[in-house]
Design a protein around this ligand. Structure first.
Ligand code: KE4
Length: 431
């Protein structure tokens, strides 16, 4: 179609040079049967593709863009430090400033280490936990995705779930034999596993709000049970807040649900759209990290000054009074509009939401874990996705991702999204 001609040409070129033509699998849109458009630029809640088509964006770069794209404060912050140079491989004052902001925002953090991605953050938190406890076993939860480190690519969500693969070839059995993946929100199963083998468990890692099997809220009692059992067995509790951190509250999901982990991982928002991952927590655990302690972890561009400046600017904006209240209003409007659209369409679907993270599943039953998420009608999701896309609503191209609302989404965006969803769902209901 001429409408996407430039993107199609670019995609053909990209596929000759980059596996699948993308630098991250889920961007290839394979699970929804379309090809990706190449983005020319973005501002606020609007994306513009290579052919000039405009979209209301609910991917938000998979979470970082809580302020909306190209926020003036973030752009200005990057420009204001650019003249100093882009990377030194030596400490910079900006690293202290961002570390202070993150530690001040999250009471469970005594110390943090900057890395370049969420994957590095969770991978490093696991390594430090294993060193701190002298144990190897890791407990994670089905449908949770913690990045692509070998240890954690077991029954993962996000792109692994989107591609329908159990884990990934190339990950030796020797490595994943230490990783146990249990059903999310299943308190009994978790408690009995920890009673049996908790004293061999180095760490329990969880997405405290699950955003990689679609949006699945935690049962607060489940999070409290994770805390109780890990306290009892001396295992490290790791909250992977790469997505939920600074998203569902300024203090993350741990602030929202009142459960304090031993270590946390952050990413996405804390870099303001530039590559930043963070792991941190209790001082005695973090003191294991080289060069203070023996656990090796390193990174050429960790603490990069441009990324630090972008992160500082982003957190400065989102900690302003009223930010989360306004975001909550916008996301609640979208949720109720979608629920009404479902009710008026005759289609069976449920909507899950925590703050500005939403998930719509084509099923009549509640979705509280990965098995239930996988029971939803994926073909219907693909048809819905395509219909919304063609009408200028840019949703995540997978049932196992989440819709992100930003501070840049205005009433007109929400109204257009709801009316487009209404039309799409009516069509699906009549098909
Ligand atoms: P990165 O390595 O992609 O920065 O972060 C990995 C990660 C860790 N933990 C959680 C809870 C995450 O959601 C992620 C990454 N999220 C996916 C989207 N679901 C990133 C998008 C992609 O893989 O292209």
């Amino acid at each position: 179609m001429e409408k996407y001609k430039k993107s199609q040409d670019l995609f053909e070129q990209a596929k000759r040079l980059i596996p699948g033509g993308v630098n991250s699998p889920v961007r290839a849109c394979r699970s929804v049967g379309t090809e990706p458009v190449f983005i020319e630029q973005a501002k606020g809640a609007t994306l513009v593709d290579a052919d000039g088509n405009q979209y209301i964006d609910y991917v938000g770069s998979w979470g970082p863009m809580i302020l909306g794209h190209a926020h003036p404060a973030v752009i200005e912050a990057i420009q204001s430090v650019l003249h100093r140079g882009t990377s030194f491989g030596a400490p910079v004052d900006l690293e202290i400033q961002l570390a202070e902001m993150i530690i001040e925002a999250v009471p469970s953090l005594d110390m943090v280490r900057m890395v370049n991605s969420g994957t590095e953050a969770t991978m490093s938190a696991i390594r430090v936990s294993r060193a701190y406890t002298g144990r190897h076993r890791i407990v994670k939860f089905d449908g949770c995705y913690h990045g692509h480190a070998d240890t954690l690519l077991v029954a993962a969500g996000s792109g692994v779930a989107t591609l329908g693969i159990p884990g990934s070839p190339g990950v030796p059995e020797d490595i994943i034999k230490h990783t146990l993946s249990l059903p999310y929100n299943d308190i009994e199963t978790f408690a009995s596993v920890m009673q049996e083998q908790g004293d061999e468990v180095a760490a329990v890692i969880v997405e405290p709000v699950a955003g990689n099997m679609g949006l699945v809220p935690p049962d607060p009692e489940f999070l409290r049970e994770l805390r109780r059992q890990t306290e009892k067995t001396g295992s490290v509790l790791i909250f992977d807040e790469v997505m939920s951190g600074f998203r569902v509250a300024y203090g993350g999901a741990q602030a929202l649900y009142g459960v304090e982990p031993d270590l946390s991982a952050f990413g996405k928002i804390v870099g303001g759209g530039l590559p930043v991952g963070v792991y941190g927590g209790k001082k005695d655990i973090m003191a294991q990290t080289a060069p203070e302690g023996p656990v090796y972890q390193a990174g050429t561009l960790a603490g990069n000054p441009l990324a630090m400046a972008a992160g500082i600017a982003a957190l400065t904006e989102i900690r302003r009074p009223g930010f989360y209240e306004r975001l909550e209003e916008t996301a609640a409007r979208l949720e109720s509009g979608l629920l009404n659209a479902v009710r008026n369409s005759g289609v069976e679907a449920v909507v899950n939401r925590v703050g500005s993270m939403l998930g719509l599943f084509f099923t009549k039953d509640p979705v509280r874990n990965f098995d239930e998420a996988k029971k939803s009608n994926l073909d219907m999701f693909s048809a819905y996705y395509r219909r919304m896309f063609e009408s200028g609503i840019y949703l995540p191209p997978s049932q196992f991702e989440v819709v992100f609302v930003s501070a840049a989404h205005v009433d007109a965006d929400i109204d257009k999204t709801i009316s487009t969803a209404q039309a799409a769902l009516r069509e699906l209901g009549q098909a």
